[in-house]
Design a protein around this ligand. Structure first.
Ligand code: PRP
Length: 212
């Protein structure tokens, strides 16, 4: 039997995702072994899991190295991979937001300096508002940028809001809600549609339950 290749995001979200897959009947007991292995198979259930960086899941799926995977909506909006988005798993919930000092007032006569890891999302958002921006791409610790005057505001993920608060920043605008999505490679989906559809159906029951 052909194995279903599944890319999972390494970390806390990935652990949660795997539990959902296990409950859906796609378990792979060897994944619980304490070691540094990154690939796990269960021939009985026809699944092969691998752990990758959360931001890489969509690359594996888009290129077909993984048939399916789980990626945050932030990654999908930022990189716009050519994949099917099958299901909102309703976990890993947070939002993409504009944040800055609480007293920040936008002066539209000036170009707005925006620091972010999510360049595409920020550019699309400000384009939709017809607002000129100077985009500053950073790879992490974005919250520091407005404090040091590198930027006026930031575009970043906000979950609890603790990181912003501890750096004296506030949410100024919410751009879009974010959650984890089940994605599939477009070509592989046709060959593996039976197992992918079964998994999607089982997971969608779970997603509904979590909402109750
Ligand atoms: C994200 C984001 C914020 C933080 C927000 O970083 O960049 O720094 O989470 O969470 P909070 O609202 O609950 O404080 P993440 O932990 O994903 O890692 P990163 O710094 O590598 O982006």
């Amino acid at each position: 039997m052909e194995m279903l290749n599944i890319a999972l995001p390494k970390g806390r979200l990935g652990e949660k995702v795997y539990s959902m897959f296990e409950e859906a009947g796609f378990g792979c007991p060897s994944i619980h072994e304490k070691n540094r292995k990154l690939i796990f198979e269960n021939e009985e259930n026809g699944v092969r899991y691998f752990w990758v960086k959360p931001s890489d899941v969509a690359i594996y799926v888009e290129r077909g190295a993984a048939d399916i995977g789980v990626a945050g909506k932030d990654i999908l909006l930022e990189y716009e991979p050519d994949v099917y988005e099958l299901l909102d798993l309703d976990i890993g919930k947070c939002r993409m937001a504009v944040a800055g000092p609480g007293n920040f007032r936008d002066d539209r006569r000036k170009t707005l300096k925006v620091a972010t890891k999510f360049t595409n999302i920020a550019v699309n958002y400000y384009n939709s508002l017809g607002r000129d921006i100077d985009i500053i791409h950073l790879n992490g610790s974005i919250e520091i940028a407005p404090i040091l005057g590198l930027s006026d505001v930031i575009v970043d993920i906000v979950e609890t809001g603790a990181t912003l608060k501890e750096n004296n920043l506030e949410v100024l605008e919410t751009i879009v809600p974010i959650s984890a999505r089940l994605i599939a490679n477009k070509a592989n989906y046709r060959f593996r549609s039976e197992s992918i559809e079964k998994l999607t159906a089982e997971l969608s029951k779970k997603a509904v339950k979590q909402n109750d």
